[in-house]
Design a protein around this ligand. Structure first.
Ligand code: ADP
Ligand code: MG
Length: 361
């Protein structure tokens, strides 16, 4: 392995003429971490990945891999390997030849090439398919070969651009497990571009959310999901309702938004300015419906009418609308729903425990 796989981007930018695809991003990925870059289409994920790989020139800033400044180095000198979205397998070569290709380029002798390619095929459970051509394989199998081919040169960093997007949902979940297992077995750094929230949450040690060429938030999946920094992150990652209100009282112990029966309490959130507007989130699974709010939810309640009840199998998704037309989404497990079914047009109090509120920047 070529050094360790720690990656550091220091004020890295990419310009295409007058377009700024990536704007001065700073990112540290520890060696052996699984990092997902996620964000809407066009936010700069692929460009960032390609700059790490060396397939794209860095316009400004520095890139360190394994504490070496590799900004000016060609791809083969960086200790990285890339797996492409369309797999890019050589159609005229067998699986074995495809996997051994990188070693042939390095001038490794035939017996060692075969030996190492066999080992790598076994790692991805494809040893039985060594003599097949890519067009004799399913999508999932082609992907395993592409993975084996990328890993054969023992990179310290594997870069993957939307590796699962061509697979059906069942295979996606299986390959997701497989990627995580491989990454942990090999102990190398994976940087994986995706636009799928579930994928980023399931796979990552570090999730990096991008928008408009900048990093909006980075953290563990739990941090990104439960403590979104902004309205954009909360909406993009999903699973949250966003409420707002005007600060009426604030002390180090907490802040109160609004007055009277519909006031919202933000315990533990101090130092707000009276009159300032604040937004906060409550997870869709942490809101309940009832005739009235229990004592511990008195400062987290709002009257609603049910507008949608959608059966999703394990979950039931409920949309409820407030008097001023705001929609609130609630997710109930099917068994919770069966214990307390609700129907369209019924009126309830939606309530939550104030300590579940998370204030947005
Ligand atoms: P993502 O992978 O997040 O969808 P990209 O990194 O591919 O986004 O693109 C980021 C931005 O850079 C987009 O606005 C895109 O149009 C632009 N861009 C990407 N590649 C080029 C290029 N070769 N020439 C000009 N603009 C480009
Ligand atoms: Mg892309």
């Amino acid at each position: 392995m070529k050094g360790n796989g720690a990656i550091e981007l220091i004020a890295v930018s990419k310009h295409y003429g007058s377009t700024i695809a990536v704007k001065s991003i700073n990112l540290k990925i520890p060696a052996g971490a699984y990092c997902c870059l996620i964000g809407p289409s066009g936010c700069g994920k692929t460009t960032t990945l390609r700059m790490i790989a060396g397939h794209e020139v860095i316009s400004e800033g520095d890139l360190l891999i394994g504490n070496r400044n590799v900004t000016e180095l060609p791809p083969v000198k960086r200790g990285t390997a890339m797996m492409f979205q369309n797999y890019a397998l050589f159609p005229h070569m067998t699986c074995m030849e495809n996997v051994a290709f990188g070693l042939r380029m390095q001038g490794v002798a035939a017996p060692e090439r075969t030996e190492r390619a066999k080992e790598m095929l076994a790692r991805v459970h494809m040893e039985k398919f060594a003599d097949r051509k890519p067009d004799q394989l399913s999508g999932g199998q082609q992907q395993r070969i592409a993975l084996a081919r990328a890993l054969i040169t023992q990179p310290s960093v594997l870069l993957l651009d939307e590796p699962l997007s061509a697979l059906d949902p069942f295979l996606r979940a299986r390959m997701r497990d497989e990627l995580r297992r491989l990454q942990q077995e090999l102990g190398i750094t994976f940087v994986h571009v995706t636009h799928a929230q579930d994928e980023a949450l399931a796979l990552s040690d570090i999730v990096v959310v991008m928008e408009d060429g900048v990093i909006r938030q980075q953290g563990t999946p739990e941090e990104i999901f439960n403590k979104p920094r902004s309205r954009f992150i909360a909406n993009f990652m999903g699973g949250q309702n966003i409420f707002k209100g005007t600060v009426s009282e604030s002390s180090p112990a907490g802040t109160l938004l609004g007055r009277g029966p519909d006031s919202f309490l933000l315990p533990g959130y101090g130092n707000a300015t009276t009159g300032e507007d604040l937004e906060f989130t409550i997870r869709t699974d942490l809101i309940s419906l009832g005739e009235q709010a229990p004592g511990d939810a008195k400062n987290g309640q709002i009257p609603v009418e049910i507008t949608t009840v959608e059966y999703l199998g394990l979950w039931v998704r409920i949309v409820a609308t407030t008097d001023d037309g705001k929609e609130i989404t609630l997710m109930k497990t099917e068994s919770e729903f069966r214990q307390a079914p609700v129907r369209r047009k019924e009126k309830f109090i939606a309530y939550w425990k104030p300590e579940h509120a998370h204030v947005l920047a």
